[in-house]
Design a protein around this ligand. Structure first.
Ligand SMILES: Cc1cc2nc3c(=O)[nH]c(=O)nc-3n(C[C@H](O)[C@H](O)[C@H](O)COP(=O)(O)O)c2cc1C
Length: 177
């Protein structure tokens, strides 16, 4: 028997889904990190992704200003940092001081990469769409790289332990490939 799910929770049917750390850098050089599960590829040629950001958060202000962000893919080892980056706002705290993460320069854009992550996308915004309380950004990938021992023949192997957001405070990892 199937049960109805309320429409404002219908998105939950598309979880668990991989969570990413979005890293931005404002014009004064301040770096911020936020957690984002509403992120998806939308085209391979050109290589485009979409991210949906809450309009009351801080990150979208920086993206509007600079049109750049990095996508950093955490393994399950970074679950605590993902929770922290997803529950504190850069408008109130300097998350780079509390996350205990190392940053290294990206090659094509200004926001840095998070060294502890296992994969990276350097992205430039192409389109922006306001969806009530969310802002949808379509961005073109300028460069992508991944940990070679964990990303083999175009896939993340089991040992990558990609972190999935199941919902609320619950996270999981893929069981087996
Ligand atoms: C696992 C997880 C996934 C999240 N996914 C999103 C998302 O896709 N879009 C979004 O706007 N906020 C998402 N959030 C909430 C933001 O990360 C949170 O509001 C954060 O404080 C925003 O930081 P900022 O204000 O520094 O941008 C998520 C939080 C968690 C813990």
């Amino acid at each position: 028997m199937k049960k109805d799910v309320s429409l404002n929770e219908a998105y939950s049917l598309l979880h668990p889904r991989p969570v990413a750390l979005i890293c931005t850098k404002d014009r004064n050089g301040k770096v911020n990190v936020m957690s984002c599960a509403w992120i998806t590829p939308v085209s391979d040629e050109p290589p485009l992704i979409a991210i949906s950001l809450w309009a009351k958060g801080y990150t979208h202000n920086i993206i509007d200003e600079t049109k750049e962000f990095t996508v950093n893919i955490p393994s399950s080892k970074l679950m605590k940092q993902v929770w922290l980056a997803g529950t504190k706002s850069g408008s109130k705290v300097d998350k780079t001081k509390i996350l205990n993460l190392k940053f290294s320069p990206s090659k094509t854009i200004s926001p840095p990469l998070i060294e502890e992550c296992i994969g990276f996308l350097e992205c430039k915004v192409k389109e922006r769409l306001i969806l009530n309380e969310q802002i949808l950004y379509i961005a073109e990938i300028q460069r992508a790289c991944a940990e070679e021992d964990l990303f083999k023949n175009g896939i993340w192997i089991d040992e990558a332990n990609i972190l999935l957001h199941t919902g609320g405070k619950i996270f999981s990892t893929p069981k087996s490939i």
